[in-house]
Design a protein around this ligand. Structure first.
Ligand SMILES: Nc1ncnc2c1ncn2[C@@H]1O[C@H](COP(=O)(O)OP(=O)(O)O)[C@@H](O)[C@H]1O
Ligand SMILES: [Mg+2]
Length: 374
């Protein structure tokens, strides 16, 4: 911890960008958080991770980070390098700029990893920060890794008694050894199926396949993002989501009012464009119009999913609600979309927690936590 007599503000390193295909989404989230952080209470150090994985000191300016049609924001890898500590004995961030002596940024109290997808939301950054004994917002290594991997996630959720839909995993070895056999393994699922990279997000690399003739191309498309592929039986139902926040101390996890994503037009499913670009094509309804008993059941399931993998901080649990009232867990996001118009903050707003309060809460939970094994 830093010396609180000389630095009364909490020093927060916002880490964003990253190597995954959700780089731009992460930048957009960082823009919102930079804007919302109360500067009377927090000293903010914006740290960008370029697409090649290079860590840089970023500008404290939300404007260039916003996402819109025709503008995919990107971290400028040419800025001064930031070196993160790799040992628990020296927890200072150091900046290296060409032609200048290294400059220390001092210790940070907490890292807020606003990263989506692999090399960020999947336990890798969490592992790096654990090595340095640095506190951070959100889940630790195991929960992050398990929830990032849609195959692992289903295994853990099913073991906790939660309903997951029928699916098949096609590993890299399966595919390279015998693609015909791998495709035949999908035969037990009813069409349409959803073919997904096991570890991705924002619908990137996902195809809806309604004819087996299109399966091979869909698997190849998913493999561009991850050599491990999950094929799921399509579930026809409403898409209902629930926000979860860790409890303080020994308190149970808290769940938000539910939200519903209604994709209005022009999209096969809730794809990347519907999520981030085509504002008019998707409606996020908060709170979702779901019967009270069903809502209570879904909220309980969300908390169970959160606990099942030992999540910390926050998660958004996504469900399908079928016409006959059946609830199936689709996925758990340990770093859900986090702009004020994203579902997670909106669900909490509907529950009485504003966006700045949500940020305060996440930082408070991270600061409360001990480092090391928990
Ligand atoms: N098994 C499924 N049945 C029906 N729709 C699905 C299924 N899996 C995914 N989808 C659709 O694709 C979207 C993205 O899939 P999801 O698994 O949530 O991936 P991501 O991690 O990229 O958000 C979902 O929001 C939903 O619209
Ligand atoms: Mg999703």
């Amino acid at each position: 911890m830093s010396d609180r007599t000389s630095t009364p503000k909490t020093r927060v390193a916002l880490v964003f960008g990253g190597r995954s295909s959700e780089h731009a989404v992460s930048c957009a989230t960082a823009a919102s958080v930079l804007e919302a952080l109360d500067r009377t209470r927090y000293e903010v150090i914006p740290v960008g991770i370029a697409k090649d994985g290079h860590w840089v000191l970023a500008a404290d300016d939300p404007e260039p980070l916003r996402l819109g049609r025709g503008h995919e924001p990107e971290v400028d890898g040419g800025s001064a390098s930031v070196v993160v500590p790799t040992s628990a004995t020296d927890r200072t961030l150091v900046v290296h700029e060409a032609g200048e002596p290294p400059r220390t940024l001092g210790e940070v109290d907490v890292v807020f990893p606003l990263l989506h997808g692999p090399f960020g939301e999947d336990g890798t950054i969490q592992g790096l920060l654990d090595l340095a004994d640095v506190r951070y917002v959100g889940s630790g290594v195991t929960a992050s890794a398990v929830m990032m991997d849609k195959a692992m996630m289903k295994t853990v959720l099913a073991a906790a008694g939660l309903p997951v839909g029928p699916y098949v995993v096609i590993t890299d070895r399966d595919w390279r050894r015998d693609p015909e056999a791998a495709m035949a393994s999908v035969g037990g699922l009813r069409l349409p199926v959803f073919v997904k990279p096991a570890r991705a997000g924002s619908s990137i690399g996902i195809s809806r396949v309604s004819s087996m003739a299109d399966l091979e191309a869909a698997v190849e498309a998913a493999r561009v993002h991850d050599p491990k592929v999950v094929v799921e039986q399509g579930i026809s139902g409403r898409e209902i989501e629930c926000g979860v926040l860790e409890g303080h101390g020994t308190d149970a996890a808290r769940t938000s009012e539910l939200g519903e994503c209604v994709v209005v037009a022009n999209h096969d499913f809730y794809d990347f464009d519907a999520k981030y670009l085509a504002d008019d094509d998707v409606r996020l309804m908060t709170p979702a119009d779901v019967p009270a008993a069903t809502a209570a059941r879904i909220r309980e399931m969300a908390a169970t999913a959160f606990e099942a993998a030992g999540c910390e901080g926050l998660a958004r649990v996504d469900f399908f609600l079928t016409d006959d009232g059946e609830v199936v867990v689709n996925e758990v996001n340990t770093m859900p979309g986090f702009t004020p118009s994203s579902m997670f903050p909106r669900m909490w707003a509907a529950t009485g927690v504003s966006y700045p309060e949500l940020i305060d809460e996440l930082i408070a939970l991270a600061l409360e936590r001990r480092t090391g094994l928990r």
